[in-house]
Write a protein that binds this ligand. Structure first.
Ligand SMILES: C[S@@+](CC[C@H](N)C(=O)[O-])C[C@H]1O[C@@H](n2cnc3c(N)ncnc32)[C@H](O)[C@@H]1O
Length: 195
C-alpha cells in the first residue's frame, strides 16, 4: 500500500503549485501526489513555521521534509538547513522547491530517520513528524534527537492535540532538560525540547 511516507509512492505523479506567505516572505511550492499535504500547506506545518524559534547562525535539520516548506522557510532565517525524507518523490520535489525559491543555503538528502546525518550535529531539529507511521517511529525521532543536537539545541515539533500530544510531550520530557509549548491552535500543539 502506498502512503505519503512510502519510499517509492506508487500513485501516478501529479503536481500542483501553491503560493504562500509565511513569516513575512512569499514562497512558491510545488506539491506532489504521494507526498504529504498535496495541493496545500498543512495547518500543523503552518503553525510550526510561524512559531518555530530560529537564529541567524544556526544549522538546522528539517527531518521528514516532504515538499520542503519548513526547511525552505527556515533557510531565510538561519545559516544552513539540511532537509531529509525517506520518500524519494518528496526528496525530488523538495529539491525542485529549493531551486524555484532561489535557496542556496540548504540541501535535501534521502534516507530514514537520522541515517542521512550520521555523526552530524545541529542547533535545531524541526519536524512535523510522520504520526501515521506509528508511535515507535516518533519515539526514535525523539530519543535520538539529543545526540544530533549541540548543547542547548532544540527539538521543535508539531503534533495534533488529539493524536498523542500528551504522550509525545512526556517522551520529550524523558530525553530533554526542559520542554516548552511554543504554540497551540487549530487542534495542534508545537513543543520545543531543550537539550
Ligand atoms: C507529516 S509529514 C510532514 C512533511 C513536511 N515536513 C510538511 O510539514 O509538509 C512527515 C514526513 O516524514 C516522512 N517520513 C516518514 N517516515 C520517515 C522516516 N523514517 N525517516 C524520514 N522521513 C520520514 C514522510 O515521507 C513525510 O514527508
Amino acid at each position: 500500500m502506498s502512503h505519503y511516507y512510502s519510499e517509492e509512492p506508487s500513485t501516478p505523479l501529479k503536481t500542483k503549485t501553491i503560493e504562500v506567505c509565511l513569516r513575512g516572505h512569499c514562497f512558491k511550492f510545488i506539491t506532489a501526489s504521494g507526498v504529504f499535504s498535496f495541493g496545500k500547506l498543512d495547518r500543523g506545518t503552518e503553525l510550526l513555521i510561524e512559531s518555530m524559534l530560529l537564529e541567524r547562525n544556526w544549522r538546522v535539520l528539517d527531518l521528514g521534509c516532504g515538499y520542503g516548506a519548513i526547511g525552505i522557510v527556515a533557510s531565510r532565517f538561519v545559516d544552513y538547513v539540511v532537509m531529509t525524507d525517506v520518500n524519494r518523490r518528496a526528496v525530488s520535489t523538495a529539491r525542485k522547491n529549493l531551486k524555484i525559491n532561489g535557496v542556496r543555503n540548504a540541501e535535501v538528502r534521502w534516507g530514514g530517520l537520522y541515517d542521512p546525518v550520521v555523526g552530524e550535529k545541529f542547533d535545531s531539529i524541526i519536524t512535523n513528524p510522520p504520526v501515521h507511521a506509528g508511535m515507535g517511529l516518533l519515539r526514535e525521532i525523539v530519543i535520538n534527537a539529543p545526540r544530533h543536537l549541540n548543547d542547548g539545541g532544540l527539538l521543535q515539533l508539531v503534533v495534533k492535540t488529539k493524536q498523542g500530544a500528551r504522550r509525545i510531550r512526556s517522551l520529550m520530557e524523558e530525553s530533554f532538560t526542559e520542554v516548552r509549548e511554543l504554540a497551540k491552535g487549530s487542534g495542534y500543539r508545537v513543543y520545543a525540547g531543550i537539550a
